[in-house]
Design a protein around this ligand. Structure first.
Ligand SMILES: [Zn+2]
Length: 248
């Protein structure tokens, strides 16, 4: 028992030490997106990378060989965390997708206001990024764009928003089970391209899937989130001639 306690204490300290070695960043001012690469040597890709996200989706090539994404999402317990950059929902293990023959486990999802990805130059009110990881560490992020429609509140958000942690550092264990499948559009057609994390360290090699069909968020739901994060979106990045493919 004593060994376990010491080991977990050591792990806790290591986590704190790791967190202190990377610089604070934000969405505005000197620590905003244009300055990210200067804040920390480990953030170099934010300025030097040529496969950065988000991008404007346009000129997609239809590839009928792309398979539909297989969803194996299940309802489970979640915790919500306001990390000062967004509200992140950490999901219980068990939900996964299979995309192009690779299994990726759902780790967390979070929100941006306004949306990060644009389609033919147009942003939407918000977006959801569902972050998945394969057994060998590859990342796949699914982007669901949210459009305001007062008559159509989002049922999953209605549950989550009841316990939205409003201050940085706050977290909440959600009392109801959440099925992330309730966040997906009915039509699962997507665009896909190779990109990066949209926050420091802007690591590349991320497979992006952006759903063509947006889902709705009511004005009241939007108004609950916006005061917490007036802008928490990285500006559009140069596509540098990257190939964007559509599956339908
Ligand atoms: Zn994101």
């Amino acid at each position: 028992m004593r060994f376990v306690a010491i080991a977990s204490l050591a792990l806790g300290l290591a986590t704190v030490a790791a967190a202190q070695t990377t610089a604070h960043w934000d969405y505005q001012g000197k620590t905003g997106p244009l300055g990210w690469a200067k804040l920390d040597p480990s953030y170099q890709a934010c300025a030097k990378g040529h496969e950065q996200s988000p991008i404007d989706i346009r000129g997609a090539h239809l590839n009928k060989g792309l398979q539909p994404i297989e969803f194996h999402y299940i309802a489970g317990a979640v915790t919500m965390e306001n990390n000062g950059h967004t509200v992140m929902i950490n999901v219980h293990p068990g939900s996964y997708i299979v995309a192009e023959g690779v299994r990726y486990d759902l780790v967390q999802f979070h929100f941006h206001h306004p949306s990060e990805e644009a389609v033919k130059g147009k942003l939407t009110d918000m977006d959801i990024h569902l972050v998945h990881k394969s057994a060998d560490g590859k990342l796949a992020v699914l982007a669901v764009r949210l459009l305001e429609d007062q008559s159509k509140p989002n049922a999953v958000l209605a549950t989550l928003w009841q316990q939205l942690p409003k201050t940085a550092g706050a977290s909440e264990k959600v009392t109801e089970m959440i099925n992330p499948g309730g966040l997906l559009p009915a039509d699962r057609g997507y665009w896909t391209y190779m990109g990066s994390l949209t926050t420091p360290p802007c690591t590349e090699g991320v497979q992006w899937f952006v759903f063509e069909q947006p889902v709705t968020i009511s004005r009241d739901q939007l108004r609950t989130f916006v005061p917490l994060f007036k802008i928490n979106s990285r500006p559009l990045q140069d596509a540098h001639g990257r190939r964007i493919e559509a599956n339908e």
